[in-house]
Design a protein around this ligand. Structure first.
Ligand code: COA
Length: 329
């Protein structure tokens, strides 16, 4: 069975258009000061008309494949994490496959909201465990701007659009970056705290009916915040314990980018100094599943993560879902 999981390349993409907090002040009753102090967000990227999750996924995927020195045709599996797929059918993974100009690979979408990338990565590990020669493209792509209620100031300031990608394959003991271990969890009883109900089969609607707020992200922010800090902390502690790693051995903490205060709180719990905590939430806002692969790709390309670093990833999202992962660079 394959036990070495090597990340061969990183890619990320964000749409050209930028919406600043000042722009939002013109749309809803908010201020740059409120958004910055409560979240750390200064701006977010928004897709162009006609641009979709699969378009962004293709950009990020091509970058990751180029970095991995691989042709798309070498892939055996494509896994896309998204809660904003291009359509219900076909899956965004299938659309992406077609946009990459390839066919034959197994293609599947994973739905775990903001934890989607870590869930997709675990799915990829599963495929590799079954097929040691597998070469798995793992992409997360979100067009949250099309699932945003632009009249709801409590949510519309929080999100942005982006995509991130990695290629996961097997490899030798000494190859890096190596995905050492992961843990994932969920608590479906808390699902109603963060939802997009509209369009789902449990919520019947008829042709011609107006689209209501339930078609967009609805969130109880304060409750979500508490669960996010608690669960990210506990699953990181559990992973470190299972892996026999002390807090002081972590070189970089790279958490899901939902809110600077959440990132900061998790960093403090692990006594990781702010200069070792990667954050790009000021420029991207919360891009849900895309946030970790975008951050990873940026952190690698800018040298924030260096060869030899032990990196702790952690996520939290709707479901609720959460997870942690350890990567040795
Ligand atoms: C959303 C979040 C930033 C709100 O911060 P908060 O301190 O909890 O603020 P509240 O929602 O309690 O609102 C406080 C006040 O600000 C107001 N407010 C909400 N959004 C606002 C905005 N964009 N601009 C100005 N005021 C706003 C509220 O109406 C409320 O006013 P009131 O006290 O007069 O009723 C915060 O709860 C959060 O980040 N939650 C987690 C989000 C998250 O991580 N989600 C994704 C998980 S993956």
């Amino acid at each position: 069975m394959q036990t070495n999981y090597i990340i061969r390349g990183f890619g990320h993409y964000a749409p050209e258009r930028v919406l600043t907090n000042a722009d939002l002040e013109k749309i809803v009753d908010t201020t740059d000061e409120w958004i910055t102090s409560r979240t750390g967000i200064k701006q977010r990227h928004i897709v162009a008309e006609g641009e979709s999750a699969s378009d962004m996924a293709a950009q990020a995927a091509r970058q990751a494949l180029a970095e991995a020195g691989m042709e798309p045709a070498e892939l055996t599996h494509i896994v896309v994490a998204t809660f904003t797929p291009d359509s219900m059918i076909p899956s965004t993974a299938c659309v992406l496959q077609s946009k990459l100009g390839i066919s034959g690979q197994m293609c599947v979408d994973v739905s775990a909201a903001c934890s989607g990338f870590l869930y997709a990565l675990q799915t990829a590990r599963g495929y590799l465990a079954l097929e040691p020669e597998a070469k798995v493209l793992v992409v997360a792509a979100e067009v949250i701007s099309r699932r945003t209620n632009w009249d709801d100031r409590a949510t519309c300031v929080l999100f942005g659009d982006a995509a991130g990608a990695v290629v996961l394959t097997g490899g030798g003991e000494d190859e890096r970056p190596r995905l050492l271990d992961m843990m994932l969890a969920a608590d479906g009883s808390l699902g109603d705290l963060l939802t997009v109900h509209g369009g789902g089969s449990a919520y019947a609607y008829k042709m011609g009916e107006p689209v209501g707020p339930e078609y967009f992200v609805q969130m109880q922010g304060r409750e979500t915040f508490k669960h996010a800090v608690r669960n990210m902390t506990s699953i990181c502690e559990a992973l470190l314990e299972r892996h026999g790693v002390g807090k002081s051995e972590i070189d970089v903490l790279l958490p899901h980018q939902a809110n600077w205060r959440i990132i900061d709180a998790v960093g403090r719990k692990f006594e990781i100094p702010p200069e070792k905590v990667f954050a790009n939430i000021d420029r991207y806002a919360n891009t849900s599943a895309a946030s970790i692969p975008v951050a990873l790709s940026e952190a690698v390309k800018t040298g924030f993560i260096k060869p030899g670093d032990l990196v702790l990833l952690t996520s939290f999202g709707g479901g609720f879902t959460w997870g942690s992962a350890l990567v040795r660079f």
